[in-house]
Design a protein around this ligand. Structure first.
Ligand code: SF4
Length: 288
């Protein structure tokens, strides 16, 4: 793998009021500690948002090739965080992308929130680095409703390698989910976006690791979603090279989601999609 290019810059604000998908899921604010994400997943919808995702042209042209960490994010957060907020971190990057290892912004963010807790704080991540901050996460969980939404997109390692080659393996990600659960953190597996997989096995492995409701979202397509963020072209090229274009077809995705819902139900948990699914994460009460 080429060396990570990690830049730093002062940001003007840490928290942004939500709109669209995340607002419909019940979050009042989003928190994004960086611009650009070096996981660079082929399907990532963020670069398709361009300036509406707070990006600069070099971000969407060279998505995943570098990242710019917001060096003053904890300071800005301390000024902007309020008790009533339900914060989603982040719709635009993985807060535990590999660059966080050297940037170390998340400990400052978590300490700020421990001192001034919002109503709900949700981390959307897939980076195993999250375990570095386990003691801070446990402390924050004692001060507010903290949930981790951990992305697992398939149960098939060869598929994972094709669509998200820089991400951790499925086995490692499920082990992280189990470790978070073992430490008493409320963690949900997020099956989003749903890549080619064996839906029943994916559901079974996700529930075994998290023992909580599953959250999901199929691959977005222009056919269904006329405007806004959508799957980037690189994923279509991977699908075409492997005869997997049908995974983007809305009818196929509906059947797939029904199979996951049925499998989850048999295992005693729920499975919901889109804003309804993500609203499980913004619930104002602590999970049992
Ligand atoms: S980890 Fe998330 S934000 Fe980062 S490139 Fe992949 S899909 Fe995009």
């Amino acid at each position: 793998m080429s060396e990570l290019v990690v830049l730093g810059a002062e940001a003007r604000r840490a928290l942004a009021p939500t709109s669209g998908f995340i607002a419909r899921a019940g979050f009042t604010h989003s928190l994004t500690p960086a611009r650009n994400c070096t996981y660079g997943c082929t399907y990532c919808y963020v670069p398709t948002m361009r300036i509406y995702g707070g990006l600069k042209p070099e971000d969407w042209r060279r998505w995943g090739q570098f990242t710019t960490m917001k060096s003053n994010v904890a300071e800005l957060l301390a000024r902007g965080v309020r008790e009533h907020q339900a914060i989603y971190c982040s719709p635009l990057v993985d807060p535990y992308q590999p660059a966080e290892e050297q940037a170390r912004l998340m400990p400052g963010i978590l300490k700020t929130l421990i001192g001034k807790p919002p109503r709900v704080f949700v981390l959307q991540a897939r980076g195993p680095l999250i375990l570095r901050d386990l003691s801070l996460l446990a402390e924050l969980a004692s001060r507010t409703v903290l949930r981790v939404s951990f992305s697992v997109t398939t149960n098939q390692e060869e598929v994972r390698r094709r669509y998200e080659p820089l991400c951790a393996s499925i086995a490692e990600r499920l082990a992280v989910v189990a470790a978070l659960r073992g430490a008493g953190i409320a963690v949900h597996v997020t099956l989003a976006p749903l890549l080619p997989c064996d839906p029943e096995e994916l559901a079974a492995r996700a529930v075994e690791a998290s023992r909580r409701d599953l959250v999901g979202d199929p691959l977005h397509t222009r056919e269904v979603k006329r405007h806004g963020a959508t799957t980037r072209d690189a994923a279509y090229r991977v699908a075409a090279a492997h005869g997997e274009e049908h995974w983007f077809a809305p009818e196929f995705q509906s059947e797939l989601c029904e199979r996951i819902r049925a499998a989850a139900w048999k295992l005693g948990v729920g499975f919901a999609l889109g804003p309804e699914g993500f609203s499980v994460l913004s619930r104002p009460v602590s999970d049992p």
